[in-house]
Ligand binder design. Structure first.
Ligand SMILES: Cc1ncc(COP(=O)(O)O)c(C=O)c1O
Length: 365
């Protein structure tokens, strides 16, 4: 028995996403790069490597991890690079995408050996949440002025555009891409490659993957470009649970159960985006508010239904716990950091990382 809390990555579930990605790659000709900002648990890269073309990154450390642990094609992107890191970034990357013309001008010469690109911002997106909307007013994420970009075309041969966010809707993707074509068509004509970023939930149930693939192929043919996708969430969705144990139960007008984890420390994005965790099947006569053990008053995973009354020692699995969790976990309150375990294809489970007091101590000084 592995001691809770721990993230449990189920390779047989991960493979379902990988097979859809491989299908889209084959049908569309697009390449798929894992977005490490979402998921960087390298112990399963041996499996993912067979289905994806490489990785994309947001920093020096991510591009290095991608190169060393995943291999294959390695893209570097960052909102801003510093003088002290640019040479090392270039040494790990096959392509570097600059966020602004000023960064491109500052570092183009230091990246002559690899392909260089620029992030474009079409000023429209599928995001309804201001915090995560790359097209929000005054956004710093990418260039939008075609005339300005035309002046630096001699130094780049590709573009990255990320304006899909949690987009499950193919028609919306199609419309957004049409807007990109209308606005940036003259630039795309002159490019060799275009990355369409992440945020497209094409591995979800009922997503029309064939229509999606045909749309990507048509885009690629129209401009003569190699298309890239940067799936983060779509790569790992529904592959992982966070396993926790009930430590206490109480009644304060509602039934409460406190578990040996914390949404603030171990599933932070849910809190940031005001979402609740998922429990399956979430059925039965007993309703509980499941709370974390940090001191934050709102450290609440959500309210769920159970077949039986909960008692100390009961186990709960939070579903869909891979994306933006392990990469964002923190030591708030000194709550024990969840271990990471992998369920292999033969059903055996092995722990690949445990965190101890020494890790907590070492994270501070
Ligand atoms: C440039 C870029 N690529 C890829 C991704 C991955 O997005 P997702 O995990 O929603 O697929 C993001 C997410 O913010 C991003 O900013």
């Amino acid at each position: 028995m592995i001691e809770t809390p721990y993230y449990l990555i189920d390779k047989s579930k991960l493979i379902r996403n990988m097979e859809k990605i491989a299908h889209v790659r084959e049908k569309s000709g697009a390449k798929a790069l894992l977005a490490l900002k979402c998921f960087a648990t390298w112990s399963v890269f041996d499996l993912m490597r067979d289905y994806m073309d490489g990785t994309t990154s947001s920093s020096l450390f991510e591009v290095r991890l991608g190169r060393e642990k995943f291999g294959k094609e390695t893209h570097a992107y960052s909102v801003a690079y510093g003088d002290n890191e640019i040479d090392e970034v270039v040494s790990h990357a096959d392509k570097i995408i600059f966020n602004s013309i000023s960064q491109l001008e500052r570092y183009a010469e230091r990246a002559v050996g690899i392909a260089r690109g620029l992030r474009l911002n079409p000023q429209v997106s599928s995001s309804s949440f201001d915090l995560a909307d790359p097209a929000r007013p005054f956004s710093r994420l990418g260039e939008w002025d075609v005339a300005k970009v035309e002046r630096v075309m001699d130094r780049i041969n590709g573009f990255m555009i990320h304006n899909n966010c949690e987009n499950k809707n193919f028609d919306l993707f199609d419309r957004l891409l049409a807007q990109i074509e209308e606005r940036f068509g003259s630039l795309l004509e002159r490019a060799d490659w275009v990355s369409l970023g992440g945020g497209i939930h094409f591995t979800g149930d009922d997503y029309p993957v064939d229509a999606f693939s045909a749309r990507l192929r048509a885009f690629s043919d129209r401009y003569g470009v190699q298309v890239y996708l940067e799936p983060g969430e779509a790569s790992i969705t529904r592959s992982t649970t966070l396993e926790v144990t009930v430590l206490d139960t109480l009644y304060n007008g509602k039934n409460l159960a406190i578990v040996d984890s914390s949404i603030e420390a171990h599933m932070l994005d849910l809190l940031i985006y005001r979402e609740t965790a998922k429990v399956s099947p979430n059925e039965g006569p007993h309703s509980y508010m499941i709370c974390g053990k940090s001191c934050l008053a709102g450290d609440v995973f959500g309210e769920f239904r159970f077949a039986d009354a909960l008692k100390v020692g009961d186990r709960i699995s939070f579903q869909d716990a891979a994306g933006y969790t392990m990469v964002k976990k923190n030591w708030f309150n000194g709550v024990k950091m969840p271990a990471i375990a992998i369920k292999e294809l033969d059903g055996s489970v092995r722990t690949v990382r445990e965190f101890t007091y020494a890790d907590f101590e070492k994270s501070l000084s």
